[in-house]
Design a protein around this ligand. Structure first.
Ligand code: BES
Ligand code: MN
Ligand code: ZN
Length: 481
């Protein structure tokens, strides 16, 4: 799908030959003398177009426009949320299976956030998963024109939004693939494929190299599966070598059965999404390859399955992490922190300016924040504020959670330096406290995306979050000193 930003007013929009024309009408719409304006004004007057958020009026082969279908949609507030609601309502009504060309026209000057929201909504509604269908129905939409009366003001945001969509869709693609089509090895190959871009390089380590590094915690999780682990190291070099990189660490559990502490059968299929953190790192690198910002970024992905064979790690086993801490594995289902801790230790070698890990880490985070906001944890106020602001800009929201020392109480072990679980209460926080033990050498933040990375039920599928947030966060670093 191709996006284009075009200078359009309602006179121009009326001439667009397209399967669907969506006109976004602001609350304070001022009608001109052209036919489309007159139509909208009279529809508002008669109440056929209700002046409320997300209300639409649909027309087929309208006399006032060259488009086959016309949807006039009322935008309540011209911010990102208002435009998103209006776009989702308009596309739900106006989308046809054969829609090849779409024109979205802002009837008044568009704000940056609004343009981004329009691009995102078009991508979201027309996305189609095809990888494992015998009769795939790929996205039909070939071209989406975003028409605004003020293109220069929103051109940068538009370009960023389109590049972010490409990253989001790569993340969705890999997260959606079932575990037998997204093994650690295949994830490694997906990362290698990204290294085809000029500024990106990739190294994929296997079991031997990981053993040599002493990643005893990561290896303990992987040993219960016949699929060999992979440790993926991606590098994006957009700035001088001397510039400290930001490191992204993505949890890459390609399937989480829980291990010996096995999960209940219901909805266990959704644990194929347990590599959504890893997918978000791949997606973010895709976007970096398109935008080429002047920053350095490292992506680390510990990838393996959490399965159960005769060699599987058992409750009570004590393992030694890469930085020498011993860990008592009281619950084999708390495996995400076990693979992440060694990746965090590995991150030290890059002398990073910041490390952000992204993980579908705890069911407790789903209980706390639902699907709306990702959990964000950091002892560093600057990074925390920067991530929160990035989430707002991208409309990929997060919410800061606490890290008081008292929350680490439950992680005490009689047989090792630390246990991998700390009781049910505050489970998302104890998980973060566990990770924090491995982050002394750099500023760090943790994103728990257990609730935001995918949708369940009839709409089951990956969301591609938090690629939008990560991209905005990284780009904000390219502008500071
Ligand atoms: N991948 C899961 C977390 C998860 C659960 C994400 C449900 C999304 C939906 C993680 O590995 C896990 O199993 N965590 C346990 C930790 C517990 C054993 C301390 C959990 O949340 O139950
Ligand atoms: Mn688990
Ligand atoms: Zn997991």
């Amino acid at each position: 799908m191709n996006f284009e930003l075009k200078h359009l007013d309602l006179v121009g929009a009326a001439d667009e030959k397209t399967d669907l024309l969506v006109v976004l009408v602001p609350q304070d719409f001022k009608a001109g003398k052209d036919e489309l304006s007159v139509l909208i004004a009279s529809a508002l007057k008669t109440g056929d177009l209700e002046a409320a958020a997300g209300k639409c009026l649909a027309l087929f082969r309208p006399l006032q426009a060259a488009a086959t279908r016309l949807i006039v949609a009322q935008v309540a507030d011209a911010g990102a949320r208002g435009v998103r609601l209006a776009m989702l309502a308009a596309l739900a009504q106006g989308k046809s299976p054969t829609m090849k060309r779409l024109v979205v026209c802002f009837a008044a000057a568009a704000k940056e956030d609004a343009v981004r929201a329009a691009v995102n909504a078009v991508a979201e509604v027309t996305y189609s998963y095809t990888a494992t269908k015998s009769k795939p129905t790929p996205r039909v939409l070939a071209k989406a024109v975003i028409g605004v009366p003020n293109p220069p003001q929103v051109a940068d945001t538009f370009e960023r939004a389109v590049a972010t969509v490409a990253g989001v869709e790569l993340a969705k693609e890999w997260a959606n693939r079932p575990a037998n089509h997204a093994t650690p090895q295949l994830l490694g190959e997906a990362a290698q494929a990204l290294a085809g871009h000029a500024k990106i390089s990739c190294e994929v380590l296997g079991p031997k190299e990981v053993a040599k590094l002493g990643m005893g915690s990561f290896m303990a999780v992987a040993q219960g599966s016949d699929q060999p682990l992979r440790f993926i190291v991606l590098r994006y070099n957009g700035a001088a070598k001397s510039k400290a990189p930001t490191v992204l660490v993505g949890k890459g559990i390609t399937f989480d059965s829980g291990g010996i502490s096995i999960k209940p059968a219901g909805e266990m299929d959704e644990m194929k999404f347990d590599m959504s953190g890893a997918a978000s790192v791949l997606g973010t690198f895709k976007t970096l390859s398109l935008l080429k910002p002047a920053i350095n970024v490292v992506g680390l992905i510990p990838a393996c399955e959490n399965l159960i064979n005769g060699k599987a790690v058992k409750p009570g086993d004590v393992v030694t992490s890469m930085n020498g801490q011993t860990i008592e594995i009281l619950n084999t289902d708390a495996e995400g922190r076990l693979v992440l801790c060694d990746a965090l230790t590995y991150a030290e070698r890059f002398k990073p300016r910041a490390v952000v890990d992204i993980a579908t880490l705890t069911g407790a985070c789903v209980v706390a924040l639902g699907a709306v906001r990702s959990g964000m944890f950091s002892g560093n106020d600057e990074i925390a504020q920067s991530l929160a602001a990035a989430g707002e800009r991208a409309q990929d929201l997060c919410w800061r959670m606490p890290l008081d020392e008292e929350y680490a109480e439950g992680l005490k072990s009689n047989f090792a330096d630390v246990a991998n679980i700390g009781g049910r209460a505050g489970g998302a926080i104890t998980a973060a406290k566990f990770l924090q033990r491995f982050t002394e050498k750099f500023p760090w933040a943790h994103l728990d995306i257990a609730g935001s990375a995918w949708k369940s039920g009839a709409q089951k599928g990956a969301t591609g979050r938090p690629v939008g947030l990560l991209v905005e966060f990284l780009l904000s670093q390219s502008t500071d000193k």
